[in-house]
Ligand binder design. Sequence first.
Ligand SMILES: [Zn+2]
Length: 199
Amino acid sequence: MRIFNVGNNGVNLFLLDSGSHRLLIDSGFPDKLHDLGRRMRETGFKVQNIDYLVVTHFHIDHAGAIQELKDSGVKFVLFDMQMNYISGMEKMMEGKWPYKKLLMNDNVVLNIDKSRYFLSTLGIKGQIFPTPGHSDDSVSLLLDTGEAFTGDLTADYLMMGKNSVENQTWTNLKKQNARIIYPSHGKMYEIKDAYTSSE
Ligand SMILES: [Zn+2]
């Protein structure tokens, strides 16, 4: 599995290349496809070579260019649990951004519990699951090898307090062997306090 950061404008966008397929995690801001294309050059692929797109959550810097990517031939996987969060984002952007409205008739709508099977069809061993905290529609992609793409989830080393939703999310991520964290903003890092069942 090759992992590329093709991010731009302050957002990390991760491209997974399994050899047979390419999956992009997050779309970035609206109207920045040119910047994505420039970063894609370093990977040897073009935007048109991306098979599928998933978004970690519906905020403008993550999901602002979904339709633009679809118009370039990328298929968008919409998780059922994210569906109700599209209109909130689109309302906030109205008149403020050169945003292309997300068409609803041609997305690949997927129950998130089926993500492991879906990823396997792309040659990717891993899973996508809800990781609430930053927002209720937040999801993370976790590879079986321990790399986790966590969107805007507060970094593990910045967590304070014990009872927050994010703490529970982190407990779950560690239980499932998340080791190397790729956040949407900032640098990747390794989890230091590995989860043990005696905790
Ligand atoms: Zn966000």
